[in-house]
Write a protein that binds this ligand. Sequence first.
Ligand SMILES: C[S@@+](CC[C@H](N)C(=O)[O-])C[C@H]1O[C@@H](n2cnc3c(N)ncnc32)[C@H](O)[C@@H]1O
Length: 254
Amino acid sequence: MSHAEDTGGTPPARGYLDKNEGTGTLYGVGLGPGAPDLMTLRAARLIGAATVVAYPALAGAASLARSIAADLIAPGTREIVIDVAMTPERAPAQAAYDAGAVAIAAELAQGRDVVCLCAGDPFFYGSFMYLFARLSPRFVVEVVPGVTSVSAAAAGAGIPLVARDERLEVLPGTLPDAVLAERIGAADSVAILKLGRHLPRIRAVVAGLGLTGKATYVERVTLAGQVILPLADAPAVAPYFSMILIARGADPWL
Ligand SMILES: C[S@@+](CC[C@H](N)C(=O)[O-])C[C@H]1O[C@@H](n2cnc3c(N)ncnc32)[C@H](O)[C@@H]1O
């Protein structure tokens, strides 16, 4: 079967494909931000047909990716769980991706395809990148894009992000205050991800720039328990799946 037939009719991007005949294909499948009906048809088709799925789980918690795809995973599907430690040091996470890549490679080498479940888009701060780096030199890998959490947050909050020649800055909240202040200050619109324990610090940076009134807090967008509030009214503590949007671009009517 050709890739075009395999993935529903649209030829995939070229460049890292068509290697190693006889081994399985690794699919990095974007699932969108949380609501299962924001998944692409291609992603749903691949998950429904999978005999092996792989997914990350943060620090032993339930995997968001698996929960999004749960209704599509057939009984008896083999599941490879990649337990990723949430530490500032990279070594524990790298070890987890090394081990995950070994388990996935064993399936691919036997000629079995593996569908890796990725919340949002795989190549937008997605952990699939670490598997891609380890496995794409040896195996055929195909990436299925997904709706990012930033797109979903903008849609959910009713905040158009950028128009015409405006710029969108996407920032991890883990950056130092001075870098955040400089980048936020220079941008038209901003999405700040990975809030967690950094929220109080980020709030102070946004307030220092006089932008609190233009900032919106978005938590668990499209999921049960979604919260969308002016940043001024946001809770003191943010979970991992939350972000801040700041939109101060020009009026798109202009
Ligand atoms: C490692 S990044 C993964 C991004 C993902 N690959 C994407 O395309 O959106 C994780 C960050 O994305 C944001 N995020 C992911 N899903 C979210 C959701 N449903 N609601 C709000 N923020 C979310 C949070 O800022 C979180 O800390």
